[in-house]
Design a protein around this ligand. Structure first.
Ligand code: HEC
Ligand code: HEC
Length: 343
């Protein structure tokens, strides 16, 4: 009898597991497929099954690693000539960006892309506009090596850090192997993981505080859902969890002109025709602080970015009132930088 019960339980668990996997893939599929665009606002604000989630109030991290990572992040010693640090282009006081259309690195060289924020980057499913780095750790090699960013290499960086007494001591306190490229990456990415901005007014609303948003801001959120922005901008970051083509309802790039390699997006990685102009959907957390917008830094204001999104991603001409409501909603996504990290 006991055996029979155990067998039944096992069968039941297997069934439950298969069911969960099937449900999981359906949800995954639903997540990646933009929902049909409904001209009539039909989605209720604060509905039960939200495709968005608040940022956790805290993430448990090794404080020593965070402190070492913070120091490395701000240290120009990581660049070839000691002139550029990660923080040169990702300033916490500027929403984790440089507020330039295209970033400027070593020797005053200009890149082709707008710097995305490092804030909440830990929640992105991939890093970079084209998603070529799977993790924050992997991402770091990009700027370190880039001729127009830091133009350095690991042997040089390790040698420079080893020549510094404080770094030697700090690394050995945390890592038995001391200063290695892996440990440098680990410290920097742990620091980046601490750069989360919880407790925005929107998150307080999601957690049940109805008064955290004004009526207009709630209208904005309703538009954001009803028009289908949320089919791409979703998850904890309201973005950062899928790739999408830029220019679904119109040829953004031909209209803008002067197409560059960086405009090809994921195509540069996969060489697949279907990936031409495909980008990681950017997160919208703190978006009020990170102008200019888009991978090309072409939109100066949120209103302009929202208008372009309506036109090219939804085939919808948004009127000034609708745009204003959405912009007011986007303004509620500004969170708090953890106190110990305030710039
Ligand atoms: C010269 C300016 C510059 C410097 C220096 C720089 N970055 Fe960036 N960062 C950028 C740009 C531009 C991008 C977008 C590049 C791309 O998508 O190909 C970016 C992308 C990122 C991303 C991906 C975010 C996302 O949402 O995809 C992270 C994380 C990041 N940088 C962290 C760092 C770290 C860590 C360092 C130092 C090791 C660093 N950056 C140095 C300009 C810079
Ligand atoms: C089909 C997917 C999709 C839909 C729908 C969509 N977006 Fe986007 N959004 C993207 C992609 C992809 C980008 C990045 C484009 C680029 O720069 O290459 C983006 C970029 C943005 C940006 C700029 C963020 C930054 O940091 O540069 C904002 C703001 C934005 N979207 C808001 C909206 C709003 C508001 C709506 C609804 C009116 C919307 N999006 C609808 C996919 C989408």
């Amino acid at each position: 009898m006991k055996h029979l019960f155990r067998f039944w339980r096992l069968k039941y668990s297997v069934f439950l597991l298969l069911f969960c996997i099937a449900l999981g893939s359906c949800l995954q599929f639903a997540k990646k497929t933009p929902i049909a665009i409904d001209p009539v606002p039909s989605v209720v604000v604060a509905s039960a099954n939200k495709p968005v989630a608040p940022i956790p109030l805290a993430i448990a991290l090794d404080r020593q690693k965070v402190a070492l990572g913070e120091k490395l992040f701000g240290d120009p010693l990581l660049s070839r000539d000691g002139s550029v640090s990660c923080a040169s282009c990702h300033l916490l006081s500027l929403g984790g960006t440089d507020r330039l259309p295209q970033s400027i690195g070593i020797d005053g060289l200009k890149g082709e892309l707008n710097a995305p924020t490092v804030l909440n980057s830990v929640f992105n499913f991939r890093q970079f506009w084209d998603g070529r780095a799977e993790t924050l750790e992997e991402q770091i090699d990009g700027p370190i090596r880039d001729r127009r960013e830091m133009d350095s290499n690991w042997p040089d960086i390790v040698a420079k850090l080893k020549a510094n007494h404080d770094y030697r001591q700090q690394f050995h306190q945390i890592y038995p192997e001391g200063i290695t490229p892996d440990n440098i990456r680990n410290a920097i990415s742990t620091y980046e993981s601490s750069l989360i901005t919880p407790n925005s007014r929107f998150d307080r609303f999601l957690r049940g505080d109805e008064k955290a948003l004004s009526t207009t801001e709630k209208e904005g959120y309703q538009n954001f859902q009803a028009y289908g922005c949320i089919s791409c901008h979703q998850g904890v970051n309201l973005g950062g969890n899928m790739f999408q083509s830029f220019g679904i309802f119109g040829d953004y790039f031909t209209d803008r002109g002067n197409i560059k390699k960086a405009d090809l997006g994921r195509y540069n990685i996969t060489q697949k025709e279907s990936d031409r102009h495909v980008f990681k959907v950017p997160g919208l957390r703190n978006v009020a602080q990170t102008s200019p917008y888009f991978h090309d830094g072409s939109a100066d204001s949120l209103a302009e970015a929202v208008k372009i999104m309506g036109r090219y991603q939804l085939g919808r001409s948004l009127n000034p009132k609708e745009i204003d409501e959405i912009v007011q909603f986007l303004n509620t996504l500004t969170g708090e930088i953890p106190t110990q990290l305030k710039p």
